[in-house]
Design a protein around this ligand. Structure first.
Ligand SMILES: NC(=[NH2+])NCCC[C@H](N)C(=O)O
Length: 269
């Protein structure tokens, strides 16, 4: 059950890189810029998992989907809501199949099914951020207009006010440019969002010079996980009295992912 990405993280699904993430035939087709170093990637991912466990979050680690190097980026494949999970539909051809794989794992975990995105709609998890009574949705290279229409319908039926914006380059998803950092607080990149987009929320703004400048994992209680290179966000959050777990996630930046792309939050309280 997840109502607000700003709440405390209590249960998460991750997928440790073992074989598939290091076995990429065509980097471009998988939107991966560079092959990562296996030993480093495994160590970095272990640190991510232990940071979440030590915070008190249950971490469920599922095996990679074969021939799907991007399956380590579990964020994108489903959306957990107050009524159960929504099976999404990937916008990148080489990721097709990850939706069904994740749906099966969520079923095993006892998550109720709450709907799905049908063709020709595409929606990736990085483009939907639940924030209590509001849902922030990005229309992007990965989430098309029809996908936005379908996900908006599903979320409105659950009582969400849906706010949609177009995600500009260099961001892949809305989640590269914003993260919830508390129930009514967001970290966001300047110049990306309409002026009234975050009405009712308190903003901490960063200039946003990379595709993941606005991307952190909200653990809850003013604690976040950030990539060590995300200096401006770290500095601003420190000034706001946050505790930052600055992790080196270089091997996943090579795969064009930020910290939150590596987790599928199933429950927040
Ligand atoms: N939510 C995210 N930003 N996920 C990053 C996904 C990266 C992956 N290479 C892709 O292009 O699909």
């Amino acid at each position: 059950m997840l109502r607000n990405e700003g709440d405390r993280l209590t249960r998460v699904v991750v997928c440790s890189p073992k074989i598939e993430y290091f076995r990429v035939d065509d980097l471009k087709l998988h939107n991966i810029t560079e092959l990562s170093d296996p030993a480093k990637a495994i160590e970095q991912h272990d640190k991510l998992k232990s940071t979440m466990s030590e915070f008190g979050c249950q971490v469920i680690d599922i095996p990679e989907l074969s021939n799907h190097p991007n399956s380590v980026f579990t964020m994108d494949t489903a959306l957990c809501t107050p009524q159960g999970y929504i099976k999404l539909r990937m916008g990148l051809k080489t990721r097709e199949g990850e939706e069904e794989w994740m749906a099966q794992h969520l079923e095993t975990l006892g998550e109720p099914y709450a709907g799905c995105i049908e063709p020709p709609g595409t929606v990736e998890g990085g483009d939907v951020i639940l924030a209590g009574s509001v849902a922030f949705v990005g229309c992007s290279r990965r989430t098309n207009r029809e996908g936005v229409r379908q996900i908006s319908d599903l979320l409105k039926r659950m009582g969400y006010e849906v706010r949609v914006t177009t995600v500009p380059e260099p961001y892949l998803h809305i989640g590269g440019a914003m993260s919830m950092i508390g129930p009514e607080r967001v970290l966001c990149c300047k110049g990306v969002f309409p002026d009234d987009f975050f009405n009712g929320f308190e903003k901490i703004e960063v200039s946003g010079d990379t595709f993941i400048s606005g991307n952190v994992i909200n653990l809850g209680e003013n604690e976040v996980i950030a990539d060590i290179r995300n200096k401006e966000a770290i500095e601003k959050l420190e000034q706001a009295n946050f505790t930052i777990h600055a992790l080196d996630l270089s091997e996943f930046v090579k795969g064009t992912g930020g910290p939150s792309c590596l987790i599928m939050p199933v429950e927040r309280k």
